[in-house]
Design a protein around this ligand. Structure first.
Ligand SMILES: [Zn+2]
Length: 257
């Protein structure tokens, strides 16, 4: 073999290796994107967070802060509702260890306890609002909702009067959802697009009423994790209850129950 041929061969081999490497990088891209779209997202459901919790649906503020510290220490990323919707629809890749924090019933501790704790960690959350409770004793005011909206907090639907939707007539369910949506829009200027079902139950009328009011997703309180193939009107949430230890919390964010 002549010297020139040897050099040519060397360059050819180098070129083949380089091309192979480029091909590998290119092919890894779409694989990662597919992996990201099938990611499981835990969605937590809180109610009252307070110094002196009583009853199942009130949770200790100090334990809540421990949970947020746990999320930070373990590399979780809290999602905005818009990010969550994009991930569920395969429109965006999920960040590392995504999690959605939700709070139901627009109780006033959200302003006094929850928001200060979350902002300390730079974490995002969603508040599901019962519009007939806004501006009443023990609940958030419309001015507070406006001040939180779009600043790391999403204000979304939880019906007008907190009725259990399942079994109600279509027209009743539609008005509970549509009027709730209109009220929230009047507080925040933002049109909500997701609903949390009070107490969890729903039926076909709930789904049709949501579709006709432009609500794109509905949350239950059935345990489980959400991913892009989950029924968009039966999204599971893991409820955090009084006395949950950090071990229970770790299980709920891993398994969804
Ligand atoms: Zn509720």
């Amino acid at each position: 073999m002549s010297k020139t041929l040897k050099i040519c061969k060397k360059y050819f081999v180098t070129a083949v290796i380089l091309i192979s490497m480029v091909c590998m990088v290119v092919s890894v891209g779409p694989i990662n994107a597919n992996a990201a779209t099938s990611v499981n997202v835990p969605v937590l459901c809180y109610h009252v967070v307070t110094n002196n919790p009583s009853g199942t649906y009130q949770f200790s503020l100090s334990e809540f802060k421990n949970q947020l510290a746990y999320l930070k220490k373990n590399g979780y990323t809290t999602l905005s509702m818009n990010q969550f919707i994009q991930i569920m629809n395969n429109k965006a890749a999920a960040p590392s260890k995504p999690i959605l924090l939700t709070f139901d019933d627009c109780t006033s501790d959200f302003a006094s306890n929850v928001v200060p704790a979350l902002s300390q960690y730079g974490m995002k959350a969603t508040q599901f609002v019962v519009s007939s409770w806004v501006n009443t004793s023990g609940h958030l005011t419309s001015a507070q909702l406006k001040s939180f909206s779009g600043k790391g907090y999403d204000i979304q639907c939880h019906t007008v009067s907190h009725i259990s939707l399942k079994g109600q007539s279509y027209s009743k369910q539609y008005s509970e959802i549509q009027n709730n949506k209109t009220a929230i829009n009047s507080y925040t200027g933002i049109t909500p697009s997701v609903l949390a079902y009070p107490y969890g139950p729903y039926d076909q009328n709930t789904i049709t009423a949501q579709q006709n009011s432009g609500i794109k997703m509905g949350f239950t309180v059935n345990g489980g994790l959400c991913n892009s193939s989950t029924n968009k009107y039966a999204l599971p949430r893991a409820v955090i209850v009084n006395g949950d230890s950090l071990t229970t919390f770790a299980r709920k964010i891993t398994k969804g129950y």
